[in-house]
Design a binder for this molecule. Structure first.
Ligand SMILES: [Zn+2]
Length: 304
């Protein structure tokens, strides 16, 4: 996809090179609990992870997470971890090719969705793109590379360790720039769900749902984010290059739950559990691509 012109006014936060693990955890328990999160994620979805992270913060399981409940970061052990928030978008975006690609895709999605919201008379709020490596922080708790890219509704941040892009091609065999763009566009789709209230509705429903029902709702939420990614691509058709759609389809296939669960070792990606099968992910990405209409992304009524 020809995306080479990010808007310098996008919201970018950069936590890279901030001392890594120095700031994120209160003790050895953090690692153990973080290790459990993928399991919780697979059972209860991203909402479950958020709930657990909040409980962990409340009961002091993880130090240094002061930001989670809006109380500042008083317990942070180092001052190195101060994010270079928004101060220098250009240097963050040009740190390496992957950062540039992420900024370009993020910026494009930002513009596209702002226009769609405006057209529908809805108020748009821009999210932020947060780069981290090793251990970062988010409004939803620690950001760890092993979690893969994720969206945090609390601070409206799309969190990315760009090493995931390398992994997309090496581990998931999803090559090409569009595979990376799709990842950003999918996370942006979660931001759209936050703005539209879908996210909150699903979390509310999940509180009363059984585990199975909760997972089914997660799948619908994730497939809708895939569809929204397609809507974004459709709005930028003139920039698509030969092979892009196939790259997106390959990525959607590679990170489907059924495909992932066949892989036993390596990186765990909570945001890829309870996301639907490869076929479902491809189908909803395609639905967004072909219709270009967010109204066609209603994954909550009927068959998926
Ligand atoms: Zn997702």
């Amino acid at each position: 996809m020809r995306l080479d012109d990010y808007d310098p006014n996008i919201n970018v936060e950069d936590q890279r090179g901030s001392g890594g693990g120095g700031g994120g955890f209160g003790g050895g328990g953090g690692g153990l609990l973080m290790g459990l999160l993928p399991m919780i994620g697979s059972r209860f979805g991203c909402g479950g992870i958020v709930v657990v992270l909040i409980l962990m913060a409340v009961f002091g399981g993880m130090g240094g997470l002061g930001g989670l409940l809006g109380g500042g970061q008083t317990s942070a052990p180092t001052t190195q971890s101060e994010p270079r928030s928004g101060s220098d978008t250009k240097s963050s975006c040009s740190l390496n090719a992957e950062s540039k690609a992420a900024c370009n895709a993020f910026s494009s999605a930002d513009n596209t969705w702002e226009a769609i919201f405006q057209k529908n008379g809805q108020r748009f709020e821009a999210p932020k793109l947060v780069f981290f490596d090793g251990n970062g922080r988010s409004g939803c708790g620690a950001a760890q590379s092993a979690m893969g890219p994720f969206y945090c509704p609390t601070d409206q941040g799309i969190y990315l360790d760009t090493s995931f892009f390398n992994e997309l091609s090496t581990r998931f065999k999803a090559n090409g720039d569009f595979a990376q763009d799709y990842v950003i566009a999918h996370e942006f789709g979660h931001h759209i769900q936050k703005l539209l209230g879908t996210n909150a509705q699903v979390q509310q429903a999940q509180r009363q749902a059984s585990e199975t029902e909760g997972n089914a709702l997660s799948v619908r939420l994730e497939l809708q984010a895939d569809c929204y990614a397609g809507v974004w691509a459709a709005a930028n058709k003139t920039r698509l290059e030969a092979g892009d759609i196939q790259e997106g389809m390959t990525a959607a296939q590679a990170i489907g739950d059924d495909t992932l669960q066949k892989q036993s070792q390596g990186r765990v990606v909570p945001d890829s559990f309870t996301h639907g099968t490869s076929a479902q992910r491809q189908s909803w990405l395609k639905r967004g691509l072909e219709s270009g209409d967010p109204q066609q992304c209603d994954t909550f009524s009927g068959e998926i």
